[in-house]
Write a protein that binds this ligand. Structure first.
Ligand code: GLC
Length: 646
């Protein structure tokens, strides 16, 4: 049972006789209930012998932050606390976008809410919109402020107007909290550069290379091509500073409790603008320890839980998304383990599923996918995934080497094949992706490119190859059918709903040209969108197909995430089969074929898993019964079925 469930229990049993319980009483109750956890987490990171003063500061900070929370949001917090786990619903359907690339600025976005409603989207992830350095800024992930809106996007008032409009339409908003680092123009960095010791201790700064060199021995490189190493020399400060990402992104020193206290304040300023889900950016990197890779450390988890418990005390309606694009067995830990199970992040990116799907597209096989999913520990019931196929970042090939070897493949050679398949090194491959951050030292590389270009639409259109175009369209829809039906919140990457191709214009832009992730950050094409209802174009086909799938998802509670997913293993190596079970209604069977040929599933096998016998199998998409061919259910090349049994 996590802390939220505990608060619900208290409200139901203990408080029902007290008619006069005010929101503040409830805050105090949450504080009292969470206090032991908060205290233990705090002192496990910052020993009591040295940091009692900082803990006392936290105790005065929490009520202050609660007082500052807008009344309207406090009301919603309580409704959500009552309702519990609202984010598990089948009604959740997300879209991620760059505000300026979508429709100019925050007001421009606000004018387009109907577009989302038409498609069925009710949850928006806006890429960073706060102040950042003018030129290089990692798409806004180098922050100059955690809550001041960059004027390119509008004003704070514009954002407040947007969040209020979203609330009136029952839509949700996710914004980033770049918790691991600030830009080198952030006020703390500027003070540090001027020699202010207090702020130098907000970062990891060193007078010489002694400690950096020791750290480097075990630290991997995130951007080896453009920002090799993990430290940058700052001439003004005459010190080395830790910069795990780009040289202008300074890692925050969370071993200093003052940093945690200030960042908690920043987190609340951001959420108080009406944010429902906070994306904890690059959270795997939050704690550094010499001799380790400084990722996913136990202290990082304690720190995130500490943020979580404080946030849950102040604003129980706000939840956290873990952006941990890391090894499969590590990702699941961000939901919290042991005593903290269910008390860390409520949502995490399902990066494992995403990477494995791309693996299955390239190999046309699901062996690695099935093997890896089978090895994943079950998530807590109050946690859920964000399921996605593309986002603004690259695709990392973060599968577990042991899983690759266990199916008889060579891990290194296999990764090489995937890079070649997606990055235009194989003539026969339909994919048009680019290589990202290739590291010749170890042969590692990642992949960039839009979903449509990676799935063959760009090449098909270029070559006027009708077969390739049609194959690409089928693949695009099947990939989305998986993220829509696999338990969790589907997140569509803006532009993918209309098959947007790679955008190569970044190659001419200062501050962007050496970062090929910009190829998959295209402008929303409103001309294409204006034609969606008219023509029989590939874009219209994708849009209307996805819209239909979304409608089906949103009208059927079987799609809600109740930890009700069972993987079925079929001997055919091209198929992915899973079931969404339900106690009180018929389950949903999903079958996807990753091959370019038709494949069949035997009637007898379907009977064994409870689909078949006397039951009629219905294709949820067409609404028609599915005929069996020679006692086989046939799935077309690259196609899928959502099957209900009656
Ligand atoms: C996250 C973002 C990525 C950014 C990095 C550093 O991984 O998704 O775009 O480069 O954090 O902030």
């Amino acid at each position: 049972m996590n802390q939220l469930s505990l608060h619900q229990l208290i409200a139901k049993n203990l408080l029902k006789k007290k008619t006069s319980t005010s929101p503040t009483d409830l805050f105090e109750l949450r504080l009292a209930t969470n206090l032991t956890l908060i205290k233990n987490l705090f002192f496990s990171l910052y020993p009591e012998s040295d940091h009692l003063g900082s803990f006392n500061k936290l105790m005065t900070l929490l009520p202050k932050l609660y007082d500052e929370r807008p009344v309207e949001l406090k009301k919603i917090d309580l409704e959500r606390q009552q309702e519990g786990n609202w984010y598990l619903s089948e009604k959740m359907l997300g879209m991620q976008l760059y505000v300026d690339h979508f429709n100019k600025d925050v007001n421009g976005l606000s004018e387009k809410l109907e577009y989302f409603e038409n498609l069925g989207v009710n949850f928006l992830h806006l890429m960073p919109i706060t102040k950042r350095p003018k030129e290089e800024n990692d798409g806004g992930y180098a922050v100059n402020s955690y809550h001041e809106i960059d004027k390119k996007y509008g004003t704070k008032e514009d954002l407040l107007a947007l969040t209020s409009k979203l609330r009136s339409k029952n839509m949700y908003l996710m914004l980033d909290f770049v918790v691991n680092h600030t830009s080198d123009e952030f006020e703390w960095a500027k003070k540090a550069m001027k020699g202010d010791k207090k702020y130098q201790d907000y970062y990891y700064t060193y007078p010489d290379r002694t400690i950096p060199d020791q750290f480097e021995q075990s630290l991997p490189e995130v951007f080896p091509e453009t920002s090799p190493g993990n430290y940058t020399y700052n001439p003004e400060m005459q010190r080395w500073v830790m910069t795990v990402f780009n040289s202008y992104q300074w890692d925050l020193n969370y071993s200093n409790p003052e940093v945690f206290l200030e960042m908690l304040g920043n987190l609340m300023k951001l959420t108080n603008m009406g944010v429902d889900v906070v994306r904890f950016d690059a959270l795997a990197f939050l704690w550094k320890k010499m001799g380790t890779d400084s990722q996913n450390l136990p202290e990082a988890h304690q720190l995130i839980s500490l943020f979580r418990m404080c946030l849950q005390t102040i604003a129980p309606g706000v939840i956290l998304l873990a952006e941990a694009i890391t090894a499969p067995t590590q990702i699941i830990k961000y939901f919290g383990e042991g005593d903290m199970k269910g008390n860390e992040c409520e949502v995490a990116y399902n990066a494992t599923l995403m990477a494995l799907l791309w693996n299955s597209i390239a190999t046309k096989k699901t062996v690695l996918l099935n093997k890896s999913l089978e090895h994943l520990p079950k998530k807590p019931k109050e946690a859920t995934w964000i399921n996605y196929i593309r986002c603004h970042d690259d695709i990392g090939l973060g599968f577990d080497d042991n899983d690759i070897y266990s199916i008889g493949w060579d891990a290194q050679e296999h990764r090489k094949f995937l890079l070649h398949y997606y990055c235009q090194k194989l003539d026969w491959s339909p994919a048009k992706g680019l290589m990202f951050m290739y590291n010749p030292k170890n042969g590692d590389g990642r992949i960039t490119g839009s979903a449509a270009s990676l799935l063959g639409l760009e090449k098909g259109l270029e070559n006027k190859d009708e077969k390739l175009i049609s194959q690409a369209l089928t693949k695009i829809i099947t990939m989305h059918s998986i993220i829509l039906s696999y338990g969790g919140m589907p997140l569509i990457y803006a532009g993918d709903e209309i098959g947007t191709l790679n955008d190569y214009s970044y190659q001419e832009e200062k501050g962007k040209s050496d970062d090929s992730r910009w190829v998959n950050r295209p402008k929303q094409d409103w001309k294409v969108i204006a034609q969606l209802e008219k023509g029989n174009t590939p874009q219209a086909h994708i849009f209307h197909s996805l819209k239909k799938l979304i409608e089906i998802r949103k009208s059927n509670p079987i799609f809600a995430d109740n930890n009700n997913l069972i993987l079925h293993h079929h001997h055919n190596p091209h198929l992915l089969i899973y079931e969404r079970t339900s106690k009180d209604q018929n389950g949903l069977l999903v079958i996807c074929n990753f091959d370019d040929h038709v494949h069949g599933v035997e009637k007898s096998w379907l009977e064994k898993i409870g689909f078949g016998e006397e039951k009629e199998l219905t294709d949820l998409v067409s609404g028609q019964p599915i005929p069996l061919q020679s006692n086989h259910l046939e799935i077309g090349a690259n196609e899928f079925y959502w099957i209900a049994s009656n």
